[in-house]
Design a protein around this ligand. Structure first.
Ligand code: HEM
Length: 223
């Protein structure tokens, strides 16, 4: 019956699979100026008013590398068998960030050490990956999918403003990005199918932390 169908789909996006549930929660956590789907009021410093500097952007890239190095080490080690599905997805960013930082160095820029935002998040991810699989998977989804969406758009804007439009390796993928994302989505859905509703809710709830940690790193761009 219609009522039974309704009772079945209590979580937005549930019918399309768990990734759609994670996406729904993530989109609502954007500010209104970040995305049409955002529901939060704009930050004190909305993105349209960011004044990026090379110095700040380098801090962002270095701290991002800290996070991607950690993510990519975690899935390689696979403390939990679920993580094995997320090896060699083609979404990895660590090596590309290393190349970008080499390029900045070759241009005479000093590459900073990883800052507190990057190292704090990396430490959190390492601990979470061992203690809470669904919560870690939430970060995995948000880190890689945010970069393929808003991250790409931010990168383009920053490049136009301070890099003469140079496209960094960070924003390039081998092969068709939508296909890489599609394959990862399938595996995320597969892993989540094993979870209880409580575990799923625990994963969704973690989205807020994901925004908190990544948001701090993003803001380094205009620091
Ligand atoms: C998607 C912008 C920060 C996670 C999007 C989309 C936009 C956007 C425009 C929609 C893409 C589309 O479906 O067409 C931004 C901007 C940000 C920002 C401007 C900051 C200035 C973040 C942060 C996170 C995040 C901090 C979480 C760590 C996501 C996710 C999606 C998304 C998971 C869905 C991607 C997909 O559908 O595959 N973002 N975003 N975003 N964003 Fe953000």
């Amino acid at each position: 019956s219609a009522a039974a169908e309704k009772a079945k789909a209590r979580y937005p996006g549930e019918k399309k699979g768990f990734v759609e549930e994670m996406r729904f929660v993530a989109m609502k956590l954007h500010t209104k100026d970040q995305s049409k789907e955002g529901e939060k009021e704009a930050d004190v410093q909305p993105i349209g008013q960011w004044q990026p500097t090379i110095e700040g952007y380098l801090k962002f890239l270095v701290d991002s590398k800290e996070v991607y190095d950690t993510m990519e080490t975690i899935v390689q080690k696979a403390a939990h068998p679920s993580y094995e599905l997320f090896r060699n997805t083609g979404l990895e960013r660590s090596e590309r960030l290393a190349k970008d930082l080499e390029w900045f160095a070759s241009q005479g820029h000093a590459i900073p050490k990883a800052g507190v935002d990057g190292t704090t998040y990396a430490k959190y991810l390492t601990e979470l990956s061992e203690t809470d699989v669904p919560a870690f998977i939430c970060h995995f989804y948000n880190v890689y999918f945010a970069h393929s969406a808003g991250g790409k758009f931010i990168g383009k804007k920053v490049a136009e403003m301070i890099l003469d439009g140079r496209e960094l390796e960070f924003y390039k993928w081998d092969g068709e990005l939508s296909q890489l994302l599609g394959a990862v989505k399938e595996n995320l859905n597969k892993v989540a199918e094993e979870w209880t509703r409580d575990e799923k809710n625990n994963c969704l709830k973690e989205t807020e932390n994901s925004f908190k940690y990544s948001g701090k790193i993003l803001r380094l761009i205009a620091s």
